[in-house]
Design a protein around this ligand. Structure first.
Ligand code: SUG
Length: 451
């Protein structure tokens, strides 16, 4: 039995891919809709992300990198009937539907909170760490991520003795699954048997249950409960909660836009959950002690301010120094109501000791804040020793990746650039080199079939 205090929570951030662009693909995600056709800055986007990873590494956190998916997805475009060489496929797809070409070119895999749901070995029946890549069926551009994501996760966590990899859930809206964006784990020490907290937007098989009216619920109860079963979580250590349908309709397209948790702390908006009192009670009972719930009142921060500033898409971290730190995007400082609230949160000593602020504007403009960019994986010492060490951030990897970005990424991408076959060649050359840097093997289709 390993010492439960020696487990760490590692954060694996998605590296922004070379085709990062703004295409307005995500109905219900207001930032994505509002920034459609804005020129993007892939090089800057990748560097903003790397800076956050390096800063958290420097503070003593275990920080890793998840490689981007290969885009454009030429295989998917060919499957959809566009034929010929790469240039022809791109041209025909653009003529038929620029939106489809943009969907197959999206760098959306950067938001690794949506890559998978992860259950630490301390919580699972077979004592292994479980991963299920999210099917992301609600948006076409994201529904084509799970296969490659699964391959990359396997290349990072290969040892079957420690790591169990599941297939994505059935590709149906009844099982809409958006991964860790709607899943939080509570515990005392990271190595203790923790509580899996699954938040969903609707119950798909119940037509009479409350549902949002304007925007889609991207996570279903059916998906969340299937994952709790396949990961082998104990019933008494699982809590389900439904998001308030009204807040989904106000732009809260994932739970991580209105709540974040870590250890025994839940930081959330007062309008986050339906029947919140019973949700809080269920959490206390499952954890076996009183949770520290920091509930932000609407009178201090409205749902609109929460969506615009991404206050709750912060990372709530316990630093090795023991300090609880909230990692917020710059937009929180720029919103005076949110900034006032945050200052009072620190002075009130309610459970957050420090704030750290990052500029992540390139990601934020597509609806991705600090917490969207990371997938949390609790690791024991043995699991840490068994995983692929080349994906872990350190001074030298930081420098290597920055130079790699400088060599391969464009400064700017406009919608018309997605038709350019040299963007395909540049992206493939970049990712081919990246697989060597991160020691991933041949995880991309173009490395296996040339397609
Ligand atoms: O799925 N945006 C992503 C943002 C995901 C944020 N993740 C979390 N909250 N965990 C999405 O809506 C926009 C792509 C575009 O419009 O170009 C996009 O996919």
């Amino acid at each position: 039995m390993s010492n439960t205090k020696s487990h760490v929570e590692a954060n694996f951030d998605g590296l922004v891919g070379p085709t990062h662009n703004y295409a307005g693909l995500s109905g219900g995600n207001l930032a994505s809709l509002n920034n459609k056709t804005r020129p993007s800055k892939p090089k800057l986007a990748a560097k903003e992300g790397l800076k956050k990873m390096k800063s958290l590494h420097d503070l003593g956190m275990t920080q890793g990198v998840i490689a981007p998916l290969s885009r454009p997805d030429l295989g998917k475009l060919r499957e959809l009937g566009f034929s010929g060489d790469d240039a022809n496929v791109l041209k025909k797809a653009a003529e038929h539907s620029p939106a489809l070409l943009a969907a197959c070119s999206s760098a959306s895999s950067m938001w690794t909170a949506n890559a998978a749901t992860v259950s630490p070995s301390a919580d699972t029946e077979d004592g292994r760490l479980h991963f299920t890549p999210a099917n992301l069926v609600n948006k076409f551009h994201r529904s084509i991520e799970h296969e490659q994501t699964g391959r990359i996760l396997k290349a990072m966590f290969a040892d079957e003795k420690h790591f169990a990899h599941h297939k994505a859930l059935p590709m149906s809206s009844y099982f809409g699954d958006e991964g860790a964006a709607n899943h939080t784990r509570f515990c005392n020490e990271y190595g203790d048997h923790g509580v899996g907290f699954f938040v969903y937007g609707e119950t798909a098989f119940d037509n009479n249950a409350p549902k949002p009216q304007r925007f889609p619920a991207r996570q279903t109860f059916e998906a969340s409960s299937a994952i709790a079963r396949t990961h082998g979580l104990a019933d008494k250590k699982v809590v389900y909660a439904q998001q308030c349908p009204d807040v989904i309709d106000a732009g809260v397209f994932h739970n991580d836009v209105i709540a974040v948790g870590n250890r025994d702390v839940l930081f959330c908006h007062e309008q986050a959950f339906l029947n919140k009192e019973s949700v809080y009670q269920d959490l206390n009972q499952a954890l076996g002690k009183e949770m520290k719930i920091i509930e932000v009142p609407t009178a201090s921060v409205s749902v609109q301010d929460a969506v615009a500033s991404y206050l709750f898409n912060s990372q709530l971290l316990t630093l090795p120094s023991g300090e609880t730190t909230l990692v917020v995007p710059r937009e929180c400082e720029e919103n005076s109501r949110v900034n006032d609230y945050l200052q009072s949160l620190i002075t009130s000593k309610k459970g957050v000791d420090k704030l750290l602020c990052f500029d992540l504007k390139q990601s934020m403009q597509n609806g991705g804040g600090p917490a969207c960019l990371r997938l949390r994986v609790v690791l024991s010492e043995q699991e840490r020793a068994a995983m692929n060490p080349s994906v872990l951030m350190n001074d030298s990897l930081f420098e290597t990746l920055n130079l790699w970005v400088d060599r391969h990424y464009r400064d700017e991408i406009h919608a018309k650039d997605l038709i350019d076959p040299s963007l395909v060649r540049e992206s493939q050359a970049a990712l081919d080199e990246l697989t060597q840097i991160l020691n991933l093997g041949s995880v991309y289709d173009f490395q296996q079939t040339g397609a």
